[in-house]
Design a protein around this ligand. Structure first.
Ligand code: NAG
Ligand code: NAG
Ligand code: NAG
Ligand code: NAG
Ligand code: NAG
Length: 352
């Protein structure tokens, strides 16, 4: 999840020196293979697509378009695709035919007119702590975009999906059936530091979540499901979300529950006997459940010290023939059990 700062590509350095009108830099980034549908997700919004131009012209078009901050070029078809946010590119085509660049900033001698999403200030010298911070500082058009955040002053820059409406929200976990499945059966270390890619499925990492929580007093945790082919949303809201530090095994606390839909979803996480409040996080290689829960659930979570493990398994596998029910992603509450999700998404919002 740590944004990479790759080598500058010399052809672009040359181009910038020759053009001379702005002090702007492109960074070469990575291309990942993804599914066709994954590319159509809103934050992967394509500004424009042009064919039969050169790589240099593709870069020049991106500079000229006030919204462009990333582009992908196909060396064979000479196709140029421009995007308004993001570090890396995804394609369902041949990965090694494509090259991806992202823009650092577009500046005149006086100031910068275009910063990477998440950066702000005259010289793009500041960066937001989380997406709620980004909303307050109006760093982006009010929509869903890939953004850079920096939760701690001396920490790493991370790339996340940001919501820049309604106060802003940071996606700390995304599981989208439109994208290739990402294995969520991971180690303690991987759950602590994060895994996956902001373009598809990811888990931001417990230490990064902890760091975000240090910057503000109170946070809401939203657990969000899309169902019926992305037509309907089920939204659970927990007030006063907090986790403790690594030495305390990132124990969770959740406050009052509410939902925003008639007929559910219900409270799977903190209702009575099966409340996960105060439970430490467990992975298969560091299991506090005493019931083999990470292995049985094929995931990691704040499991109970009880054979039930948890009434929710949002980090489980997508339902598939041959996979035991408890190992699949699901949400059990007073209204029943659901597991037919198109998307599971955990969001962090500042609470006022
Ligand atoms: C950049 O400088 C110009 C000219 O001084 C000014 O009009 C403009 O508002 C500045 N833009 C930003 C983003 O500070
Ligand atoms: C989860 O990962 C561990 C370690 O790689 C492996 O031993 C185990 O079989 C995996 N579980 C499943 C259900 O794939
Ligand atoms: C959240 O947890 C941290 C670490 O345990 C603690 O220092 C902090 O006071 C807690 N925040 C709130 C609002 O309770
Ligand atoms: C956290 O983990 C350590 C090492 O596994 C253990 O000794 C300690 O009791 C745990 N603390 C809590 C609060 O679960
Ligand atoms: C909590 O559990 C009780 C008892 O099972 C049930 O009656 C109630 O509806 C549940 N509440 C929610 C919000 O799930």
């Amino acid at each position: 999840m740590v944004a990479r700062f790759s080598l500058l590509i010399s052809i672009f350095q040359l181009f910038m020196i020759v053009s001379g009108s702005f002090d702007s830099k492109f960074l070469r980034t990575d291309v990942f293979e993804e599914l066709e549908m994954c590319k159509s997700i809103q934050y992967n919004f394509r500004i424009s697509e042009i064919t039969t131009i050169s790589l240099i012209d593709c870069g020049r078009r991106c500079l000229d378009d006030g919204d462009c901050r990333r582009f992908m070029y196909d060396k064979e078809t000479k196709q140029c695709k421009m995007y308004e946010s993001g570090e890396d590119c995804i394609t369902d085509g041949v990965v090694n035919r494509k090259i991806c660049f992202r823009m650092l900033s577009v500046c005149t001698k006086v100031n910068c007119t275009r910063c990477p999403i998440g950066y702000y200030g005259d010289q793009c010298q500041h960066i937001i702590q989380d997406c709620s911070d980004g909303f307050q500082k109006s760093v982006a058009p009010k929509t869903e975009l890939l953004s850079f955040i920096k939760p701690t002053v001396n920490g790493a820059v991370l790339e996340v999906v940001c919501i820049f409406t309604y106060g802003g929200a940071t996606d700390i976990s995304r599981r989208d059936a439109r994208c290739k499945e990402t294995d969520f059966n991971k180690t303690w270390n991987e759950y602590a530091t994060g895994f996956g890619n902001a373009n598809g499925n990811y888990w931001l990492g417990l230490q990064n979540i902890f760091n975000i929580l240090q910057n503000h007093n109170r946070f809401l945790l939203n657990v969000r499901f899309m169902i019926d082919g992305y037509a309907s949303q089920l939204l659970c809201i927990y007030r006063d979300f907090n986790i403790s530090n690594a030495n305390d095994n990132y124990s969770i606390s959740l406050g009052q529950f509410s939902n925003h839909a008639k007929g559910g979803p219900g409270n799977s996480l903190t209702n009575g006997t099966f409340s996960i409040n105060d439970r430490p996080f467990s992975t298969y290689d560091r299991d506090f459940s005493n019931n083999d829960c990470p292995v049985r659930f094929n995931s990691a979570w704040w499991y109970l010290d009880d054979p039930v493990c948890s009434r929710a398994n949002v980090n489980g596998r997508r339902p598939e023939v041959g996979v035991p029910f408890e190992a699949t992603w699901h949400w059990q509450d007073n209204l029943g059990t659901r597991n037919e999700f198109d998307l599971i998404n955990i969001r962090l919002r500042r609470q006022y």
